[in-house]
Design a protein around this ligand. Sequence first.
Ligand SMILES: Cc1cc2nc3c(=O)[nH]c(=O)nc-3n(C[C@H](O)[C@H](O)[C@H](O)COP(=O)(O)OP(=O)(O)OC[C@H]3O[C@@H](n4cnc5c(N)ncnc54)[C@H](O)[C@@H]3O)c2cc1C
Ligand code: FES
Ligand code: FES
Length: 351
Amino acid sequence: MSQTITFFLGGEELRVQGISPATTLLDFLREHRGRTGTKEGCNEGDCGACTVLLAHVEGPKNDLVYRAVNACITLLPAVHGHWVVSVEDLGQAPDRLHPVQDAMFRRHGSQCGFCTPGFVMSLAAMHLDGAPVEQAETYIAGNLCRCTGYGPILAAAGDSVAAPEDPAFGAKVRAAKDWLIARRADDDGLFYEHGDERYDAPVTLDALLRLRQDHPEATLVAGTTELGLWLNKDLQDFPHLISPTRVDALTGVDFRPDGTLVIGGAATYEQAWPKLSQVIPEGQDWFERFASMQIRQQATIGGNIVNASPIGDGPPLFLALNAEVELASTRGSRVVPLTDFFTGYKQTELA
Ligand SMILES: Cc1cc2nc3c(=O)[nH]c(=O)nc-3n(C[C@H](O)[C@H](O)[C@H](O)COP(=O)(O)OP(=O)(O)OC[C@H]3O[C@@H](n4cnc5c(N)ncnc54)[C@H](O)[C@@H]3O)c2cc1C
Ligand code: FES
Ligand code: FES
């Protein structure tokens, strides 16, 4: 059980204590590590200027998986156990550019430059994923540029997609992967305190339900794509946050033998879509219009449903699919049709 936020950044393990768990990754990078390449634009997940990559290993072969996320609405405790890659970890000007930076330079993909690190990180995610050039718009849909125009940036995406990996970055990947594999074995959750603030991220469902029972005043936080705005824009305080995102039982997405798709309450839209799309293949356009890749990599389906917003895109889809939700506590669990789960404007069976 870790009481220190531990992650890999810039070739070393960082063990962080003594700062608020409500600190965003963006503020940490800029103000605590001097990594000012990651920019603050909107501070609410819209513009992509703060895009960074979070990497972890998963599966029996320890596959390295990258997620492009908005650092402005990612809380520092959420990167516990990850490799954080910011633009400083790619190449360095003038002669050690990463292939995507080099392509942006050659294609004149930057004018004022404010959006550029964010685009570079999204294109780096595409390059690392080995995605085809046809997906370039999907990868950069969460990045806004007010002055260059997207043509040169898409051209840079096309140029860089088949470029070989930068050897210097490859060495960083190997070091980070070794660290991630070593850490994976002893991930037994994060229980972080700072003054009167607390952030708990247990790894078992039992521990999560016990925390909920013992601390009914605490707030659940998953992808932070709603809660991050309540923090940054409404300046709300959340003295005790509990995260379900490290609980394996809540992040799985699997078909039962009878063909029913079961989506863990903390599974993100990007995690769920490969199987959800088998249930509703005609939903591809719907999926690609849901926010942006950065948001979909963070946003959980559970958070979207519990938020019960009348403008949420998930609930209409799941209502049309006659979905049910399973509600669990230490007293047991019950299954409720989604039609009965929503009880009013932003009201649910939970409250
Ligand atoms: C830039 C941007 C674009 C967006 N675009 C869209 C869009 O196109 N369509 C759309 O529908 N939404 C959109 N959203 C809203 C948001 O991404 C979704 O509602 C998202 O699914 C919320 O999930 P989360 O995991 O981030 O929730 P969080 O922010 O972590 O939590 C939201 C709420 O849900 C509760 N909660 C979370 N998980 C659980 C759980 N397992 N059990 C009980 N309560 C829980 C939290 O306590 C909190 O009250 C957007 C948001 C941003 C910032
Ligand atoms: S600063 Fe705009 S998305 Fe983070
Ligand atoms: S280059 Fe100025 S905002 Fe994109």
